[in-house]
Write a protein of this length. Structure first.
Length: 280
């Protein structure tokens, strides 16, 4: 039986103080979210487990998720945070990889005032090191920052990377370009994958329809094919606009009729297992 994985979700404890972006003005998210809250959804959709992704740019939060992973079987892998501006990042990476469930880190381009900071020489050297070590890197990026990602890939063409949330195009307004063309160029790098995640929060939170996402999803499927895409719920952030069941439904309804069980198995688990080098 194939493993089934939600390749992108988060846990947090508000009182830890890491999450400056989660405030009382966002009551849906301003509470603790832990494995006990997600288990019913995993069971409903017969998912074996998840990749938990950092939600705060701190070493401490990554350590918190790793501790959670120690006692949670459904956490199959942890994508942490790494300060690439710190000359000691290699030592920090080595410490993280001592944990059996640490699988990589996320570069939070979305939050950078200048996305071209990712092509500064010391960042490029750090990512070249990661590419040489074949370390998985999640790329959190908004569609208007994709030119910076393309420049990075020119400098680090062998980076093992995955674009989170299909690069957050403007789904609410139905904008396809230049996102569409830039993602086509990115897909030409064979080590780059793409997560079908985080889409519903880029649409109208109250009035979205499943059809709003179809052209975006099908474009990604055309570009990356069945072997370089992953399903991710982006739970609990998705709750701003949709329930877990609805997230799964959006993706399922957009899949081509020709897709059978082999392609679906790749999307819903096998690709994440391969990309993050999860033990079988």
């Amino acid at each position: 039986m194939n493993i089934r994985i939600d390749a992108h979700q988060h846990y947090w404890v508000i009182d830890r103080g890491d999450y400056g972006w989660i405030t009382p003005s966002i009551p849906t998210l301003y509470r603790d979210f832990l494995p006990i809250d997600l288990v019913p959804h995993l069971n409903t959709h017969q998912l074996n487990g998840t990749i938990v992704v950092q939600a705060a740019p701190t070493i401490e939060e990554t350590e918190f998720i790793l501790e959670l992973a120690n006692k949670t079987d459904s956490i199959l892998g942890v994508v942490g945070w790494l300060n690439l501006d710190d000359p000691g990042y290699q030592e920090q990476l080595e410490r993280f990889f001592e944990h059996p469930k640490f699988v990589g880190f996320r570069l939070m381009i979305q939050d950078m005032p200048d996305p071209y900071a990712i092509v500064e020489p010391h960042i490029v050297r750090a990512l070249q090191y990661c590419a040489e070590k074949d370390i998985p890197v999640d790329l959190l990026v908004v569609s208007h920052q994709l030119d910076a990602v393309l420049k990075l890939l020119e400098l680090v063409p062998n980076l093992r990377g995955v674009i989170d949330h299909i690069a957050k195009p403007d789904i609410k307004r139905g904008v396809m370009e230049p996102w569409s063309g830039q993602m086509r160029k990115i897909s030409n790098y064979p080590q780059i994958y793409c997560k079908l995640s985080g889409m519903v929060t880029e649409a109208d939170h109250e009035l979205w329809k499943v059809s709003d996402f179809t052209s975006y999803i099908q474009h990604i499927l055309e570009l990356f094919g069945p072997s370089r895409i992953m399903f991710g719920s982006d739970w609990p952030v998705c709750l701003l606009a949709a329930e877990y069941d609805e997230i799964v439904d959006i993706v399922n309804q957009a899949l081509p009729p020709a897709w059978g069980e082999p392609e679906r198995a790749q999307l819903f688990g096998l690709n994440a297992q391969s990309f993050y080098k999860l033990k079988e």
